[in-house]
Design a protein around this ligand. Structure first.
Ligand code: NAP
Ligand code: HSE
Length: 408
């Protein structure tokens, strides 16, 4: 069987390695000899770390599109609009596609799924969410007996790596980000990682699948970690709280609550113990209750594990499977804030007494948290509207605020 590999970076190199390292097992599972016939890259002159046999290495996609002997395409190059068009063309020709590209899928999966279904082609995308963790397969197959009500988790390896390095090892943000880049966890441009956009795309893909609803990504509120101050991590740690970037969605009464933001969790919470590049996803269903999936969220071989499993499953599924097509109307997304406890760090523009009285005037019950700088409090349960009112008060400046979740 002939495979075209689009992209030979961190993940593409891992794919070549997994195919080589596990070739006997893969041949036994598929009953096929798999050959990488074409590799698409930007720079054909770049020295590569892997042996590609007789594969044609090209930067011209037309060479691959015009070869009618290709059976399966693996897309691990990234890109959104052009990449979607390329994959759509392969699917129109009935060629199966495996993709790790959450950026593109979060926007275009419904269109590609329709093309795949019409042309008896398959589109698999396990590696696009939570790297090597088989959570897409779990939701689509192993938990399809459930009505799923909630999906929540740590969905980005880079930001979890940075927050873990800051919390556990006392590293500063920039050093941790550089290390995440060097290890191949971060995207080529890590803005989407650190601003939460990568996790936003992943929670959209999981929610679409879990609730069988289209999700309009533009409506999903997102806050990243680029503004996190290590002082808040230390203050929270003294209170046995750990900061994590969480993607959360809940579907009740036909309404979707969905967000990505840094949240403080009790340090003994299961997700607080998920560190470095590891990801974890909780899925709640009406039969299973709660299930947790844990594993590597990024990395070369780790992500390639999911890509190559998709490849094997495409070959082993003799009859083309039909993908779910969600109803045309996107899920209604609940707007407005959450109520809960909050960690708030305030700068007093007048005096500490005045700061306390501002909180009291707004009926925000709080206890002080010892801190080297500023006026830091843990509130009682409040509506996020009160936080908005606090932000508008001239006597103080809200320097940082995080919801505290997972408190029993
Ligand atoms: P990467 O290291 O930057 O590699 C991208 C590869 O694609 C490179 O080989 C590059 O060619 C090639 N490429 C990019 N744009 C191209 C274009 N327009 N035409 C031809 N070739 C092109 O990226 P990566 O980390 O492997 O990620 C690949 C995809 O997997 C992305 O969608 C990413 O979001 C996703 N993903 C990554 C991870 C991870 O841990 N890294 C995990 C899950 C999913 P050159 O080599 O010539 O530059
Ligand atoms: N940059 C992504 C991350 C890669 O750090 O999670 C895996 O999708």
């Amino acid at each position: 069987m002939k495979i075209a590999l689009l992209g030979l970076g961190t993940v593409g190199t891992g794919v070549v390695n997994v195919l080589e390292n596990n070739k006997e097992k893969i041949a036994k599972l598929t009953g096929e000899t798999l050959t990488i016939s074409h590799v698409l890259v930007n720079n054909v002159d770049k020295q590569r770390e892997v042996e590609l046999g007789g594969a044609i290495i090209t930067n011209n996609i037309d060479e691959i599109l015009s070869d009618d002997t290709i059976d399966i395409v693996i897309e691990v190059m990234g890109g959104i609009g052009d990449t979607k068009d390329i994959l759509n063309t392969f699917l129109e020709k009935g060629i199966h596609v495996v993709s790790a590209n959450k950026d593109m899928l979060a926007e275009h999966i419904d269109e590609l799924a329709e093309t795949a279904n019409k042309n008896d082609a398959q589109l698999l995308y396990e590696a696009s969410v939570a790297g090597g963790i088989p959570v897409i397969h779990a939701i689509e197959n192993s938990l399809n007996s459930n009505q799923i009500t909630k999906v929540m988790g740590i969905l980005n390896g880079t930001t979890n790596y940075i927050l873990s390095k800051m919390t556990i090892d006392g590293w500063d943000y920039d050093k941790a980000l550089d290390d995440a880049k060097a290890k191949g966890y971060a995207e080529a441009d890590p803005t989407n990682d650190v601003e939460g956009i990568d996790a936003q795309r992943k929670i959209v893909l999981l929610s679409r699948l879990a609730y069988d609803r289209k999700v309009d990504i533009a409506e999903v509120p997102v806050t990243g970690i680029s503004g996190v101050d290590i002082a808040d991590i230390r203050n929270a740690d003294n209170e046995n709280l750990t900061l994590k970037l969480l993607g959360k969605s809940e579907f009740r009464d036909n309404t979707l609550s969905i967000s990505v933001e840094p949240i403080l969790l009790p340090s003994d919470h299961q997700l607080a113990g998920v560190n470095y590049e590891k990801n974890a996803v909780f899925v709640n269903g009406n039969a299973i209750g709660e299930a947790m999936f844990y594993g590597p969220g990024a990395g070369s071989l780790e992500t390639a594990s999911a890509v190559v499993s998709d490849l094997i499953n495409v070959i082993r599924t003799k009859a083309a499977r039909q993908m779910n097509i969600a109803p045309d109307t996107p899920a209604e997304i609940k707007s407005g804030g959450n109520s809960g406890e909050y960690y708030i760090r305030l700068k007093s523009n007048e005096s500490e007494d005045k700061t306390a009285s501002v909180l009291n005037d707004l009926s925000i019950g709080f206890s002080r948290i010892e801190a080297d700088k500023d006026f830091v409090v843990r509130t009682e349960t409040i509506d996020s509207g009160k936080l908005d009112a606090l932000r508008q008060n001239d006597a103080i400046t809200v320097e940082a605020s995080y919801q505290i979740d997972g408190v029993e």
